[in-house]
Design a protein around this ligand. Structure first.
Ligand code: PMP
Length: 429
């Protein structure tokens, strides 16, 4: 038994499923999850000392590469001055300013410790601000695991086939209206019949939790128009796409100004930091200014904020996104070319440093398209690549991420290994 297997067996005796977040368990691809010992740049090493080119990137945060020396130094320096104070610090102002500079729609910002907390708080705020209960979300979009958002969510919930979660009272989820993604007609009809009761629309403007599926520009415009018309709050969940698809997130690509935005992952540079923010009139409803309660013992933690601030500094350096986007495109196009040669139905797309690939002939545009992808081929490709030292996300419903440390040579290595893997799996088509 190898060490990953040994540790997985041990972990299962004390941690449910052996993992602290479900997708890590390899449930949909089978096999043994790799227990990671260390990470550096574009690589991770498991407990067997095997090295992998990593396209999971801690599920998004690792945009400057793992253990970037400047980030590590900032964290060590901050840690020397104390791990947590539970009091305001100057760096909380600096990081909020840095975020607002990049995403001007976030006029006021509150820091939290996870994407789940950010979206949960933004929904509560939208309800408090509008004094309405109903919310609209879209099929296949994942916004963390708070009760009212666990309805037809993406990510691990799709992987495990749960349309929703046990333990969520019907009374909670009945206020969550779930509509198909990219379907303007369904959105218009819902607003026409229930518009006055809708507190907010929450959306991943480029969905990353049913693999990667961007909203069309018509769809984002319709969301903005209808929320304006009915006085509902438009919440962009950019926990994944913020600083990832472009410096200014999906909102900078579509040219849409949401009322509230949630961000996470990259703003902590690998440490637990997330945030919600937006229009000052809405944010002034948050406690202690207003009646919407929200709090956190470790919110704005000084060590985490130091990692985030340094990461935000690095990603604003000249050409960061040009290079990142070019490399990601090279990989995404390269994979498609290789699949074509191997005669495997396959498509891919990339935006900034995020990409998706799909074992189907046409690019999916909504959740039901995604469900038609060939899961068996995904699984075989995933394992063929893992065996060769390339780690993609262990589910067909996840997006993948490139970092600044993935140089041309590493992308070329990946494509070489992908060619071998595609030839291997082509035998089963
Ligand atoms: N929103 C989106 C779009 C996400 O992708 C995620 C996590 N992948 C979350 C919210 C929840 O964030 P967290 O896991 O930090 O709670």
């Amino acid at each position: 038994m190898d060490r990953n297997q040994q540790l997985f067996e041990q972990a299962k005796t004390i941690i449910p499923g052996g993992v602290n977040s479900p997708v890590r368990a390899f449930g949909s691809v089978g096999g043994i999850p790799r227990f990671i010992k260390k990470a550096q740049g574009a690589y991770v090493w498991d407990e067997n000392e095997s090295r992998y080119i990593d396209y999971v990137g801690s599920w998004g945060p690792a945009i400057v590469g793992h253990a970037h020396p400047e980030v590590v130094e900032a964290v060590s320096h901050a840690a020397e001055n104390g791990l947590s104070f539970g009091a305001p610090t100057e760096n909380e102002i600096r990081i909020a300013e840095a975020i607002r500079h990049i995403m001007p729609s976030m006029e006021q910002i509150r820091l939290v410790s996870s994407g789940t907390e950010a979206t949960m708080s933004a929904i509560r705020l939208a309800r408090g601000f509008t004094k309405r209960d109903n919310i609209i979300k879209f099929e296949g979009c994942y916004h963390g695991h708070s009760d009212s958002l666990l309805v037809k969510a993406g990510s691990g919930l799709l992987t495990f086939g749960h349309p929703s979660s046990a333990g969520v009272p019907e009374d909670f989820s009945r206020h969550t209206l779930v509509l198909p993604y990219n379907d303007i007609e369904a959105l218009e009809q819902t607003f026409a019949s229930k518009g006055d009761s809708i507190a907010c629309v929450i959306v991943e403007p480029i969905a990353g939790n049913m693999n990667m599926i961007p909203a069309t520009s018509e769809f984002v415009q319709a969301m903005r128009r209808l929320t304006d018309q009915y006085g509902s709050v438009l919440i962009y969940d950019e926990v994944m796409t913020g600083f990832r698809v472009a410096l200014g997130g999906a909102q900078s690509i579509h040219g849409i100004k949401p009322d509230l935005t949630t961000i996470g992952k990259i703003i902590g540079g690998g440490m637990p930091v997330a945030a919600f923010g937006g229009r000052a009139d809405i944010m002034s409803c948050v406690s202690p200014l207003g009646p919407v309660y929200q709090a956190g013992t470790l919110s704005g933690n000084p060590v985490c904020v130091a990692a985030g601030l340094k990461t935000l500094e690095i990603i604003q350096r000249p050409d960061f996104y040009n290079t990142l986007s070019a490399r990601t495109l090279e990989l995404s196009k390269g994979l498609a070319g290789i699949a074509e040669e191997a005669n495997i139905p396959f498509t891919s797309r990339s935006i900034g440093g995020m990409f998706g690939f799909y074992f189907t002939a046409e690019l999916p545009t909504c959740f039901s398209d995604m469900q038609r992808c060939n899961q068996v081929l995904f699984k075989e490709f995933f394992h063929a690549m893992l065996a060769r030292g390339v780690a993609f996300a262990p589910s067909a419903y996840e997006s993948c991420f490139v970092s600044a440390a993935h140089n041309s040579e590493i992308i070329a290595d990946t494509l070489g290994l992908a060619a071998e893997s595609m030839t291997e799996i082509a035998r089963t088509v």
